[in-house]
Design a protein around this ligand. Structure first.
Ligand code: AMP
Length: 564
């Protein structure tokens, strides 16, 4: 059995050290020299906890209550205790000064057990019982033990030890190799609970740690996105096809359903279920016995329009939750599934996970699948990007269909693309409209994107250069539709070179010239201007009635810009 005195000595040693390496050494030699069944408890206490961070186990003892316990245990006037607290600012130091007439030695196991009793006390009179239990512990503590006991209770150890430090020390102590910390860190990504990892390691060894999997009710670290400089890099990074999803600027929610029990975790793995009773009800209604869903929650107005992230802040409250759920409705956009009916899904390809997600989530008013499309090339990604940006969205996330769910990792399986990454839009082009596509949804039945070409006077031919879908006001869209329909022809314009992938819904006689703002010129397999160049991030500026098709920007001018 490990005495609490030994633990207090350990903490004193750690507190006196400023070197990270030394912290690890001290900790690992301590782990090596205690019975294995004490390791889990020691890891929790060392991190100022009595259970995992995410578990709903709260001691419920604030510093005022801790000071009252100190007064009670030491028989000191409360005013005197307060005075000392004002001088030191640390209840731990106050306890060290005042407590110390111990009657019997405390063990780590006993302290741990009593602190769990503190946490379990609830309801009427619970404050008094919490104070009494702590006071009883303090009565049996040495001054040094009292100091660390109070710091544990207040979850403020001041030792400089973080979860990662403990994982390192565990790797050295029980596998003999610091390199094995990678295995522990990987397990931590899936089970961010140092106590569970420590317990598994000492009881069952490293292979068992490798097998730690997703468990419903226990959060896993979120997968994160990398960023790239140019959308054109996507196929090289993840092959084709790939998925492109709207990136919602709300709050991440990892939703766990285990029968009727639902837990919602934030990006930082805090339990935020009580803030979102509406979302919890949606998740409870899913057609699965147990499931873990990755998603983003967005505030919406009465008409379902997405609102800004800041609006969500007022849902962060202890009281009036139901009232605010009605005042500020939210929609949950689901984009991944990590666990289903007893099985972890994180190792299977995203493509397969998504097929399962589609089966579980049937989009309704409050729970929807994220806006998504499958793409074969960067132009297609850009198309969704332009649409998202046009309605004020944050950007897109591009996802590798073959990718596993890489918990806690910012890798190349998910790549984010936001407007800030696009270079400043500065070059304008006068381009000839040669085709048009019908819109969907609100723009159904209306031509809403336009295939545009540059002119090659040497060959007297037009080559497609871009597809413009953004920058139009509603009125401009209407008038463009009218003009285009007047120039509609039943076949490809004779002087136009166009790839099959760009075949429009409607061919247009090359007469209408529009001014377009663009950001970047890149090589593209979908366009034919200047041997396959394309304009990225095009925005419509205005119709150039003053220009004829042959006065449009020439391929020579485009090539000159590329060379600059
Ligand atoms: P960032 O915080 O800019 O690194 O972007 C990553 C965050 O985007 C994630 O943590 C999610 O909260 C959020 N997000 C919004 N929409 C999606 C989506 N469709 N797929 C993945 N993450 C998304």
């Amino acid at each position: 059995m490990v005495s609490f005195g030994r633990l207090a000595d350990l903490y004193e040693g750690l507190e006196a050290t400023s070197s990270g390496n030394r912290l690890r050494e001290i900790l690992s030699s301590f782990f090596k020299n205690i019975p294995k069944d004490e390791v889990e408890r020691v890891t929790y206490l060392t991190l100022g906890n009595i259970s995992s961070d995410y578990a709903d186990v709260n001691l419920g003892l604030g510093w005022r209550m801790v000071l009252r316990s100190i007064a009670e245990a030491s028989g000191t006037e409360r005013a005197q205790v307060m005075k000392l607290f004002k001088q030191t600012g640390d209840p731990g130091l106050v306890a060290e000064r005042l407590v110390g007439r111990r009657r019997k030695a405390l063990s780590v196991k006993e302290v741990f057990g009593q602190l769990h009793r503190v946490a379990a006390a609830s309801g009427a009179g619970s404050q008094e019982s919490k104070i009494r239990i702590l006071a009883n512990l303090l009565r049996n503590a040495s001054p040094k033990e009292a100091k660390y006991l109070c710091r544990i209770v207040l979850m403020n150890m001041r030792l400089g030890v973080a979860d990662k430090t403990v994982l390192d020390a565990l790797a050295v102590a029980f596998t003999g190799k610091r390199e094995n910390k990678r295995v522990l860190e990987q397990a931590y990504n899936i089970c961010p609970d140092v106590g569970v990892i420590a317990g598994t390691l000492v009881r069952k060894g490293l292979p068992a740690v490798k097998r730690i999997g997703v468990m419903v009710g226990r959060p896993i670290m979120s997968m994160l996105c990398q960023r790239i400089d140019r959308l054109a890099e996507i196929p090289a990074k993840m092959g084709t096809p790939f998925a492109v999803e709207e990136k919602y600027d709300g709050e991440r929610i990892q939703a766990h359903k285990d029968g009727a029990k639902v837990t919602l975790f934030s990006r930082r793995l805090e339990d935020i279920t009580s803030q979102f009773p509406d979302i919890a009800a949606e998740i409870r209604g899913l057609r699965a016995k147990s499931v873990v869903i990755d998603s983003e929650v967005m505030p919406v107005d009465a008409k379902g329009k997405l609102l800004k992230f800041q609006v969500l802040m007022s849902r962060r409250r202890k009281y009036g939750v139901e009232e605010f759920a009605l005042k500020i409705p939210v929609v949950l956009f689901a984009f991944d599934v990590l666990f289903l009916n007893g099985k972890s899904l994180i190792a299977i390809p995203y493509e397969k996970r998504y097929a399962l997600l589609q089966r579980i989530v049937r989009s309704d008013k409050w729970l929807k699948l994220a806006n998504r499309t499958l793409c074969n090339d960067p132009d297609c990604a850009e198309e969704l990007f332009s649409k998202v940006v046009a309605h004020g969205g944050e950007g897109i996330v591009i996802k590798d269909l073959k990718g596993a769910y890489e918990a806690g990792t910012r890798g190349w399986r998910w790549i984010k693309w936001k407007p800030e990454y696009t270079k400043e839009l500065r070059d304008t082009f006068d381009l000839v409209v040669v085709g048009a596509f019908y819109g969907t949804g609100r723009r159904g039945g209306m031509l809403s994107s336009y295939l545009c070409a540059a002119y090659d006077p040497a060959k007297d031919r037009f080559g497609t250069f871009t597809k413009v879908a953004s920058g139009f006001s509603d009125a401009e869209l209407k008038s463009m539709h009218k003009r285009a329909m007047q120039l509609r022809i039943p076949h490809r314009p004779a002087r136009l070179d166009v790839k099959d992938s760009m075949k429009p819904d409607v061919w247009i006689e090359p007469k209408l010239v529009i001014e377009v703002l663009g950001a970047e010129i890149t090589k593209s397999p979908n366009h034919t201007a200047a041997g396959g160049l394309a304009l990225r991030f095009p925005r419509f500026l205005r119709v150039r009635t003053d220009k004829s098709a042959e006065e449009a920007t020439t391929v020579k001018e485009i090539l000159k810009m590329v060379k600059q």
